[in-house]
Write a protein that binds this ligand. Structure first.
Ligand code: SIN
Ligand code: FE2
Length: 216
């Protein structure tokens, strides 16, 4: 485990620019993995991963939960943020300090100082799970960036334009990579291609993604 992390840590490279205010920060979450992993277990014990239904009636292949003051949900009535987990009737689990710190640091590297997320959506992908192109637009304002942290299996992230039909670049995201998009890129369409089963040394056949948002 130790040697794997050290090896991956050496893979850190220059930020990869995806737009005027969007970039991939390779491996910046690696030093935080030891704190993130047990925290996921605490969160999912309180608010389990579940397959939500879209307003159009489709069951998402990605399983979701949240931590933070607000959590993103969808059902037949629409997409929204709630303070209470509709499945448990209790507030979403608190956002661990280590999560907020990582998001704040990554945002700052990408040029967004003072990022204080109040919502962290946690997505769990299994082989075949995918996320179709969408915009993150349920937040109250778009001044704050989105900070997305990838753990586990590799995914092909699609980063498109401001219209659904604009061409999308494909970005391979690995364990520990962070993508930040805000400003002029805040409403770019994005998604994830169906995951291939390439088991990860630490997480096996799954990918966990956190997206940090300032929702309220
Ligand atoms: C999302 O758009 O909510 C998640 C993106 C990802 O899983 O990389
Ligand atoms: Fe998104």
């Amino acid at each position: 485990m130790q040697s794997l992390e050290l090896f991956e840590a050496t893979e850190q490279s220059q930020p990869q620019r995806l737009g005027p205010a969007a970039m991939v920060l390779r491996g910046v979450a690696l030093p935080h993995v030891r704190e993130l992993m047990p925290a996921i277990e605490v969160i999912e014990a309180m608010s389990p991963f579940r397959h939500m239904v879209t307003p159009g009636g489709f069951t998402m292949s990605v399983a979701l939960t949240n931590c933070g003051a607000l959590g993103w949900t969808t059902d037949r009535r629409g997409y929204r943020y709630t303070a209470v987990d509709p499945e448990t009737g209790a507030p979403w689990p608190a956002m661990p300090e280590a999560f907020a710190r990582l998001a704040n640091e990554a945002a700052a590297v990408a040029g967004f100082d003072g990022f204080k997320p109040d919502a962290c959506l946690i997505n769990r992908y299994l082989p075949g799970s995918r996320l179709s192109l969408h915009q993150d637009r349920n937040e109250r304002d778009y001044d704050a960036p989105i900070v997305s942290v990838s753990l586990g299996m590799r995914a092909v992230f699609l980063f498109g334009g401001h219209s659904r039909t604009d061409p999308a670049v494909k970005v391979s995201l690995h364990h520990g990579d962070v993508v930040v998009w805000g400003g002029a890129d805040r409403l770019r369409y994005h998604g994830v291609m169906p995951l291939k089963d390439e088991p990860h040394a630490l997480l096996g056949s799954q990918r966990i993604n956190f997206t940090f948002r300032k929702a309220g």
